[in-house]
Design a protein around this ligand. Structure first.
Ligand code: NAD
Length: 474
């Protein structure tokens, strides 16, 4: 299969080209290198009609057979990981080995999720009656994903939704449409027609989808601002929603850490994917006893690593994925400079393309924008603390509540701190970890609902409770 050209949507198992195209830009040079189809309202209708038509048969397919098909789909995606990875780097910017890793990881996630089950629960089994709770699929799911993990986050939706017996219309970000278009093409003929439809388009397509009456549920990953619009639109006909939104994760670094052992991981937890990660460390609270030492070590790494074209060997960090995001991050850096904050930056970055130097901000005030806003780019504020109650209060003082991290050699103490953090996930002496068997959910304005794990699977179902008498009425 050709991964370089011929990008088509998948609607009802067949290719569809839309009306017109959207440009796809390589963020490493800012040049347009491909076009993706622009779906019309009629294309979206056709995708919803195909998904609705496919639903009864897919719902009634035994789960073991759905498992088999999804595992084969995972296998097929994994077999094309190198070609998809190259395409991923061109559209997303991430260094090639890590791009291939995401495709392989996405395929693995799809297969692993099929190990989950939807058993019938029995809440009472007495002499007079048995009460069974069945978890039945909802219908057609609208899935909307962002550009920072375009394959993995799509799999987080496809795997549980289809395993549970739903069908789907999925929309990748207009900034990164190509890998998912090719994955749609790869799976034609394997996943039954209409079960998984992939559509692409510009900014108009998302709102068209969320207001479309043919969907039973919206599963959305993106910013908090957009999530609020999605929820508003879904309210019109009470579509179910799962919203995985933004974060401003705090890490708390205790004075007893073994600096040599963890400094690389701490850096990685903040800057992986050029910090375009919802669960990246975005505020780092460091105990005053080790503040200077850790700051200097982080700066040292920032000066050592290479930011550049993800297709070039030896690149550690790629560009910001798109121009609007690049401009937002640069504006935050410029504002920090203008307000007299101390910036510790890494190596110079290429002038062409959407590059931002790795930037550490040395102990800014708590109310600086670099602290209060989700930068979603490589600008990390380091903040000093002395008292544990004070730092927990500062970490929790955010409308976001996605994740957080505690770094300490005293695991019990770290767990105690973790239990007081007002977020959906807290990592101890690690970061950025998730598994298909573990619920992932944002607290506060970081989201509504759950992805992954048994709880995430249940979000794609509706309980159907059946009261069964033990004897017929005489
Ligand atoms: P975004 O909200 O701009 O876009 C996300 C998706 O929504 C894209 O596909 C976009 O085309 C679509 N969209 C835009 N406007 C829409 C509308 N009105 N109705 C429906 N769909 C619409 O987010 P982004 O810039 O692509 O991604 C970055 C954000 O995503 C960050 O805030 C990040 O923290 C968040 N994120 C969250 C998670 C998580 O699991 N919690 C994971 C990754 C990213």
């Amino acid at each position: 299969m050709d991964f370089e050209t011929g990008y088509t949507m998948t609607i009802g198992g067949r290719p569809a080209s839309g009306d017109g195209t959207i440009d796809v830009v390589n963020p490493a040079d800012g040049d347009v290198f491909a076009q993706a189809p622009r779906a019309t309202a009629a294309d979206l209708d056709a995708a919803v009609v195909a998904a609705r038509a496919a639903f009864p048969a897919w719902r009634d397919t035994p789960i073991v057979e759905r498992r088999r098909i999804l595992s084969e789909a995972a296998q097929r995606i994994g077999e094309h990981a190198e070609a998809l990875g190259r395409l991923f780097t061109r559209e997303q910017g991430r260094p090639l080995p890590l791009a291939i890793q995401e495709v392989k990881g996405g395929a693995w996630w799809l297969r692993a999720t099929t190990k989950l089950d939807l058993p019938v629960e029995v809440t009472e089994d007495s002499e007079t009656r048995r009460i069974e709770v069945h978890h039945v699929p909802l219908g057609v799911v609208c899935a909307i994903v962002p550009w920072n993990f375009p394959v993995l986050l799509a799999m987080w939706k496809i795997a549980p939704a289809l395993l549970a017996g739903n069908t789907m219309v999925l929309k990748p970000s207009p900034f990164t449409p190509l890998c998912m278009l090719k994955i749609g093409e790869l799976l034609r003929g394997l996943v039954p027609d209409g079960v998984l439809n992939i559509v692409t388009g510009g900014d108009e397509l998302g709102p068209m989808m969320t207001s479309h009456p043919g969907f039973a549920k919206i599963s959305f990953t993106g910013s908090t601002a957009t999530g609020k619009r999605v929820m508003e639109s879904a309210a019109k006909d009470l579509k179910r929603v799962t919203l995985e939104l933004g974060g401003n994760d705090a890490a708390i670094v205790m004075p007893d850490i073994d600096l040599d052992a963890v400094v690389e991981q701490i850096f990685h937890g903040a800057f992986y994917n050029s910090a375009q990660v919802c669960i990246a460390t975005k505020r780092m609270y460091i105990h005053e006893d080790i503040y200077d030492a850790l700051r200097d070590r982080l700066h040292e790494i920032a000066r050592r690593v290479t930011v550049g074209d993800g297709a070039a060997p030896g690149t550690d960090y790629g560009p910001i994925q798109n121009k609007p995001q690049h401009d937002r991050v640069m504006a935050l850096i410029d504002e920090a400079k203008a307000s007299g904050l101390t910036l510790l930056q890494g190596k110079e970055v290429p002038a062409k393309g959407y590059f931002v130097p790795i930037t550490i901000v040395d102990n800014p005030p708590e109310d600086a924008h670099v602290v209060t806003e989700e930068a979603f780019g490589p600008i990390l504020p380091l903040l000093k603390f002395r008292d544990i109650d004070d730092v927990i209060a500062r970490a929790n003082d955010s409308d976001y509540g996605l994740g957080g991290a505690v770094w300490s050699r005293d695991i019990n103490k770290a767990v105690e701190i973790a239990r007081r953090m007002d977020t959906g996930t807290i990592w101890i002496n690690q970061n950025l970890q998730n598994t298909p068997f573990t619920p992932f959910a944002g607290a506060k304005q970081s989201g509504i609902g759950v992805e992954n794990g048994a709880a995430g699977l249940l979000e794609f179902t509706q309980p159907r409770t059946i009261f069964i008498p033990k004897a017929a009425i005489a």
